[in-house]
Design a protein around this ligand. Sequence first.
Ligand code: C5P
Length: 220
Amino acid sequence: SKSKTLEGKTVLITAGPTYEAIDPVRFIGNHSSGKMGFSIAEEAEKRGAKVILISGPTAQKTNNKNIEIHKVTSAKEMFDEVFKFYKNTDIAIMSAAVADYTPKFVAQEKIKKSDAEFTIELVKNPDILKTMGEEKSHQFLVGFALETQNEEENAKGKLEKKNLDMIVLNSLKDEGAGFQKDTNKIKIITKTEQKEFSLKSKEEVAKDILNFVEEKFNKS
Ligand code: C5P
């Protein structure tokens, strides 16, 4: 197998969706499967990294005893968990699909239906990645972007605005890429470079991402 190119490094990864509770039985979620984040975690571990994987609700599993999994539900919980480990992280790869909004009030009892219409008031969630960018010291920070329009421009905007070292762009327009799929087609963007990859399995995509990270990280 490959040499232990990430030996001695701590890699922090987020994966999956977040669920934002409406009442005890309902939530607002999204279609993220967690596959991309879990694949990156497996590959980073193979390369000798200490891997901390913080995952929202997903069906993904790992048999890898060396991967430290922390399960969370909401964006707020993910935020708190990430910042327990961020200081001692060398490389952070944030692939979770974090909910941007959360219900302002969580009903303590199941909401009953009535004949009236029903409105849920939403408030902004904290942006985990943006906060990491603000508090960045030595960490190499990687974000993901999933865009349906002006993809490159939006991804570059996020790279800048969130103070990232690298962003992985995946397009929903590409057949076979994105949510719930086993394959992905990405473009990697840094301040000075960009590189487009072909459609491949998420395991192979994880290798491409980590190869790129290692190359940049070793120079930074
Ligand atoms: O701004 P946008 O949600 O498109 O940015 C996506 C990137 O930001 C992903 O890497 C995602 O994990 C991260 N993010 C986050 N916390 C949020 C929203 C997004 O960490 N509340």
